[in-house]
Design a protein around this ligand. Structure first.
Ligand code: SF4
Ligand code: SF4
Ligand code: SF4
Length: 311
């Protein structure tokens, strides 16, 4: 780290707060970071409203509201380098499930026709006005560094921040989650898709071999693969691998279907159909990006076209 302190502004847009909070996972390394930086603005820990000029702007969250849009533009004006921090900022994240619904439908469901609300009404002036659709940060402002992960593991966050502070390119491999997973892929006689919820799964065998959809092979490792180790299939929260992002014909569902059909007796078409039907979950984290939205994933394309036709 450098001896001259580097000024940093931290902001969150439409975010759950997990990315900001994950900085605590740096543990004692956070002291090295605080030695090297001067935090000037960070809504999570300070009440400083102004955003002074800064060398680095760290932004988590997607652009969902007009307020998010304004804050993103102001951060770009004030900061020399912008880091899109976390899957929501990089790809739009889980808020992109809203692509399946109009803003009117969402407000009605949240504030009016909701099992826990009686006589509700959509707020008029008290919440931020929604944009037409969720946008990743780089569709609103230029981004200098992308750090996906929901949230990114502290190892990747520290390396990325240390690199930006030192003015060098971060070291990060583009392995998939499978690269670190300890489960073994093995050909089985499994003939049906299994949700994995009704009975225990073999902890040493790849989920795909057991008929459960796992997105590890199509997901970039920015997490050190914790989920498969504790018995949960990967849902793809760090976003797609570089191959999926850069090769137009590669898509999450076709890649997973091909692999799963080779490992089991489940036809690839059945896997594609299942992932398509559950697109809101299987594409939950990156469907707002043009790269993923323009893949041959019919439902997502249909949703986006519907929104664009009505706005
Ligand atoms: S990327 Fe994940 S942890 Fe970060 S703000 Fe979005 S939902 Fe929360
Ligand atoms: S598909 Fe999932 S369970 Fe199988 S090796 Fe990859 S990460 Fe592990
Ligand atoms: S869901 Fe997948 S990408 Fe997300 S933390 Fe778990 S293993 Fe990593």
């Amino acid at each position: 780290m450098t001896t001259t302190k580097v000024s940093v502004n931290v902001e969150w847009l439409s975010a759950c707060g997990g990315c900001d909070t994950s900085l605590v996972d740096l543990h004692e390394k956070i002291l090295q970071l605080f030695d090297a930086v001067q935090i000037q603005h960070w809504p999570l820990i300070t009440d400083i409203k102004e955003r002074p000029k800064a060398k680095i702007g760290l932004i988590s969250g997607a652009v969902r509201s007009q307020h998010d849009h304004k804050v993103a533009v102001e951060m770009r004006e004030r900061c020399d380098a912008i880091v899109a921090f976390g899957t929501c900022a990089v790809y739009g994240g889980i808020s992109a499930a809203s692509l399946a619904h109009s803003n009117a439908e969402i407000l009605d469901r949240v504030y009016v026709h909701n099992p826990t609300t009686v006589g509700g009404a959509a707020p008029k002036n008290t919440v931020a006005v929604l944009e037409d659709k969720v946008l990743p940060l780089d569709e609103v402002i230029p981004v200098d560094l992308y750090l996906p992960g929901c949230p990114p593991h502290a190892n990747f966050t520290f390396e990325a921040l240390a690199a930006v502070i030192a003015g060098r390119v971060p070291k990060a491999r583009d392995e998939s989650v499978c690269g670190r997973c300890k489960r073994t892929m093995k050909k089985t006689e499994v003939a049906a898709i299994d949700s994995g919820y009704a009975h225990p799964m073999d902890p040493s065998l790849c989920f795909l071999s057991q008929g459960q959809i796992c997105l590890g092979s199509v997901t970039l490792d920015r997490c050190l693969s914790p989920c498969t180790e504790v018995g949960a299939a990967c849902t793809g929260c760090a976003g797609p691998t570089m191959q999926i992002l850069t090769e137009p014909n590669r898509d999450l569902r076709t890649e997973v279907a091909e692999r799963m059909s080779l490992l089991t007796k489940i036809p690839a078409a059945k896997v594609v159909e299942t992932m398509e039907a559950g697109a809101k979950s299987h594409y939950a984290y990156a469907m707002a990006t043009k790269m993923v939205g323009s893949k041959p994933t019919f439902l997502i394309k249909k949703w986006i076209e519907k929104i664009e036709a009505t706005t």
